[in-house]
Design a binder for this molecule. Structure first.
Ligand code: ADP
Ligand code: MG
Length: 683
């Protein structure tokens, strides 16, 4: 390419080697099998097309930076303008009138005349023109201005590939044969310059499979190695803590799903291996009780337990529920958060080290290095979407033998994503809600129908029920959002003068937040006007109505979480999604789905389809060690499954990958992990 262009490629796209270039794939493809006619152009958003004809005239206009070159191009059916803003001198010398060219670009219409800006221009029959399916590559503005085009890439790639007599295969032959995959050379050739749509599909399949396969192989190898080498705590006993609580203090009979999940966890803790389990259960399915009962098993086996929640509000709530339930049994429970006073902290430290503190509940503060346990046997992580492999691994150092770990989440994670983000965990699912729950009724209302919403609120308040009113608060929009929150609050206070209104947002000091939350939790306030700080976990069963303002600004999973704050008691509950009338089609689809279903899995799946996996509540940060290059967890579920099954089969047959036919796998994994973040390392 020459040193100048090479440097540009490096600077703009990080492409340095042949490998980088070969793996810089097109984002989509254009059909260059057909020639279009200018008379047939129509519509505001035409795709790129190619036209065959001649330049009638060339014209240079403007001066200095504003110079542009316009060519009038005719194909016999009509004329269009072809415009360049860069490299004018060069182009002026290279393109001629009365010579036939194939021009390829996106036609746009202005004042009744069609034009193309910076199209690709080829002699008919030249490589590039009319060659079938052509890749369109991601480019930067700078590269484009310096004359790089999609053609530059496909030409470079074709040159490299035809010059490479050996191109090492990156998957073992037995896997290629079993799944009838393309070889690496065919795959690369066809991903860049597909010979047909069918070959393009096969090339994609091969490359996606490879990417997902090595990811799964890495995860599975890590999980297996961990479970075979990591010593775990052995909890054989069910003793007085569990039994007394179960027989005397259980507030209600467990649901079948709760019982099953507790059994699974109990069996796990009695194997002598360390438990790493994910507990999925929709909002309101009763995960807290499962956490408590399993923590009591840890206590019965002479160890301490710890429960970590994502927010101070939630930690406080857990502390209150749990300490109330177990206080009569003499279980010592303490709360530790960022705002715990020094004196209380010191007491916690002492009791943690002398072992008299049984259960510690708190925020991230509980896993700080300075917090030392005497004998921590079990850690429960509640509602942490961002708790990835590395963070989990840090917990293990909290005890000489790593404690058992249970991660609980109500954000249903689509299967494919779970297989990847939490691919190294065993999974338990609570698929049943406590009896007597009525599904929340969800309504979509426009801002001008606010009066009806207020009437509904009034009816609930007169029945003695409580109401949440939620406002968005988003960083980019913080000032504006805070203002509308304040205005909303004043408005509500005005409208419902006979009722008490609490007010809560994330910017408040922790004590103030606690106080406001307490007002609502203890029914000293009837209405809570708040931002999404109440999104996860908050449990006030008497609250039966939630109004979500500007609901169009929330993601599906977030709306589902919010809605989960109501419908927690036996009363019929309502969720009202307020929105302006003018919203994008996708947004409307999202909101309508909310009114149609309360099934968290369905919603999570739809959310991922609509937004792509990268946006799902930060799940990406939580565990995937690198950006996927070509595979897409939202749409490639079947390939994820195939990749996982294949990886498992390989490891079942050859756990240490010692067989000669697997030596390539070991090499590839090493190569990948040197290039990727080393996620499996335990720090
Ligand atoms: P989540 O799974 O969303 O964390 P919680 O643990 O907060 O749910 O439980 C939601 C509500 O259901 C709480 O009020 C809790 O007391 C109640 N609950 C939990 N288990 C049962 C049960 N087996 N029967 C009846 N109510 C239950
Ligand atoms: Mg919860």
């Amino acid at each position: 390419m020459g040193p100048k262009r090479a440097e540009l490629l490096d600077k703009n796209l990080g492409i340095r080697t042949y490998h980088d270039l070969l793996y810089h794939f097109p984002t989509h493809y254009v059909d260059r099998t057909t020639i279009r006619r200018i008379v047939d152009f129509q519509g505001a958003d035409m795709p790129s097309v190619q036209v065959r004809g001649r330049f009638v005239t060339f014209n240079v206009q403007g001066e200095g930076a504003k110079t542009r070159l316009t060519g009038l191009f005719s194909d016999g059916s009509g004329v269009m303008e072809v415009v360049w803003f860069q490299r004018i001198k060069f182009l002026r010398e290279h393109y001629h009138t009365n010579t036939e060219y194939v021009v390829f670009g996106k036609p746009t219409q202005f004042n009744g005349r069609w034009s193309m800006v910076h199209p690709e221009v080829d002699a008919p029959g030249a490589p590039g023109a009319q060659e079938g399916f052509r890749g369109v590559y991601p480019l930067t503005e700078q590269l484009r201005n310096r004359g790089f085009s999609s053609k530059t890439f496909s030409t470079a790639v074709t040159t490299i590939l035809s010059g490479m007599t050996v191109l090492s295969e990156t998957l073992p032959q037995h896997i290629i044969a079993r799944h009838n995959l393309l070889g690496i050379r065919d795959a690369l050739v066809n991903i860049h310059t597909p010979s047909s749509p069918q070959m393009l599909e096969r090339a994609r399949m091969r490359l996606k499979f490879e990417e997902l396969f090595y990811l799964q192989l890495d995860i599975q190898r890590y999980a297996r190695r961990r479970s075979s080498t990591t010593q775990g705590l052995y909890f054989p006993r069910i003793g007085k803590f569990f039994n007394t609580f179960y027989s005397d203090f259980l507030p209600f009979p467990l649901t079948g799903a709760q019982k099953r999940v507790i059994k699974e966890i109990r069996a796990d803790m009695a194997t002598g291996r360390q438990m790493n389990r994910l507990l999925q259960g929709d909002v309101g399915s009763g995960k807290t009780l499962v956490a408590l009962l399993t923590m009591l098993i840890a206590l019965d086996n002479g160890t301490q337990a710890c429960l970590m929640a994502p927010t101070e509000i939630l930690a406080t709530q857990h502390f209150e529920t749990i300490s109330k339930m177990v206080a009569p049994m003499g279980v010592n429970v303490k709360l530790l958060t960022g705002s715990t006073r020094r004196k209380a902290r010191e007491e916690i430290d002492t009791q943690l080290t002398d072992g008299s503190l049984h259960i510690l509940i708190g925020t991230h503060a509980v896993i700080e290095d300075r917090v030392r346990f005497r004998n921590l046997g079990f850690i429960v992580i509640d509602e942490q979407h961002r708790f990835g492999v590395a963070q989990r691994a840090r917990l293990w150092t909290k005890n000489t033998t790593p404690p058992h770990v249970l991660v609980m989440t109500a954000t249903p994670i689509p299967r494919t994503l779970a297989m990847t983000v939490y691919g190294d965990l065993d999974v338990s699912v609570i698929d049943e809600l406590p009896p007597g729950r009525k599904p929340v009724q969800t309504l979509l209302r426009y801002d001008e129908e606010r009066f009806a919403t207020y009437q509904g609120i009034g009816r609930q308040l007169r029945k003695g029920r409580q109401v949440y009113i939620v406002y968005p608060l988003i960083k980019e929009n913080e000032k504006l959002d805070l203002r509308s929150l304040e205005e909303g609050y004043e408005n509500i206070c005005d409208t419902f003068r006979d009722y008490r209104v609490a007010y809560l947002h994330g910017k408040m000091r922790p004590e103030e937040k606690d106080y406001q939350m307490q007002l609502f939790a203890t029914h000293q306030a009837d209405i809570l006007v708040s931002t999404t700080v109440i999104e996860v976990g908050v449990n006030v069963p008497n609250a039966t109505t939630m109004v979500i303002e500007n609901s169009e600004r929330f993601g599906l999973s977030q709306l589902h979480q919010l809605r989960g704050r109501v419908g927690r008691g036996g009363e019929q509950s309502y969720c009202i999604l307020m929105t302006k009338r003018k919203i994008a089609k996708d947004t409307r689809k999202r909101l309508e789905l909310m009114t149609a279903t309360t099934d968290g899995f369905e919603i999570a799946e739809a959310d991922m389809q609509m937004r792509g996996p990268g946006d799902i509540e930060g799940t990406m940060q939580s565990g995937i060690p690198f950006d996927l290059h070509i595979a897409n967890l939202a749409t490639d579920g079947q390939i994820v499954q195939l990749a996982r099954d294949t990886a498992c089969a390989v490891l079942d047959a050859d756990p240490s990958l010692a067989a000669p036919e697997n030596s390539l796998l070991v090499r590839q994994l090493a190569l990948l992990s040197s290039r990727l973040k080393d996620w499996s390392r335990i720090s």
